[in-house]
Design a binder for this molecule. Sequence first.
Ligand code: CP3
Length: 349
Amino acid sequence: MNDLLLRALRGEDNPRRPLWIMRQAGRYLPEYRDLRKQHRFEELCASPELAAEVTLMPIERFDLDAAIIFADLMSPVAALGIDVRFDPGPVIDKPLRSAAAVRALNLPDAEEIAPEVPATLRLVKARLAGRAALIGFCGAPLSIAAYLVQGRGQKDFTALRALLREDPVAFGELLDTLAQLAARYGIEQHRAGADVLQIFDSWAGIFSLDDWERHIKPHVSALLDELGRAGVPRIFFANGAPHLSRSHANLPCEGLALCWRSSLGNLRHLLGPHTGSGMALQGNLDPAYLLAGPEATVRGTRELLASVPRRGHIVNLGHGISPEAPIESVQAMIDTVQAEAQESVGSPA
Ligand code: CP3
């Protein structure tokens, strides 16, 4: 039974730092690209059998400590009655632009929310047979709202920011609905076998600290509290938001994952050592190291390991792996993490 990830989240001493890679089930894998020649992305997500196969692809190839379920950030929104297509990222042809559109959303029952995802988790859980932890995921309310209001990915999400300025009440209602949707969906994933839930806040950084604390953080905290009450171990991932990391550091969750723009070492110092209560930190190698090749990857990974104490650290990239990343770089990252454990046999953690 591989419990490195759960042990790290609890701040327990580990023989080795756990390692998984954001977006590890995807286009940098030749076997994924082959399967994509026969099926559209939406078909892969809709079929528990195919989604389970993709989830396990990186586990069959590499020695990773967690599998993350293959789905999309937008998978749960169909249950709100909103159509999403992919080009290549999510596109909503009828974005929500008014208070009336926000208020017309109906909260679905847990079993109506992307039922293919819990079905996939059940298949994967059985096939993993304890080789690696199983991670479920959902989007943070803000990041889902960004797509729903903007209609597609955009650097600044001006339509979402305008909604906050125009109608903060409707903005709050939207985030509240999305937090409740994510809580139901996340708890259902835990029931279906997810050991841990990662909450992706891919667009975490688009507001100021003041706006985040006033208008967004309460919804994130409510979501995390609800998951916590249901006993779901939580990792919150904040992308592109170093100006918020001190505020993220007191969210109710077991793990905080930061993008490569932040210093995990500095944050660990600020929080103090993980002694069993407190937060584990996850990340945060710049994915560009992998593009620069195996040698650069070894160098970057060694620097990361030297900068963050082993206890309470989960090694990962600082954002999703690029489709162009060479397989050899992924292997080099894994080898470097394993070599550290070999080198330190007999010496204190
Ligand atoms: O391996 C894994 O991490 C599991 C699968 C996974 C996918 N999407 C599959 C996917 C996960 C965890 C996601 C989450 C996701 N989706 C996020 C949060 C993570 C992040 O990067 O911040 C976001 C923002 C999305 C939205 C999304 N979906 C985009 C922007 C795109 C297109 C470009 C891209 O990044 O790949 C997608 C499509 C998508 N989701 C693909 C995959 C494998 C590519 C589809 C294809 O095969 O063409």
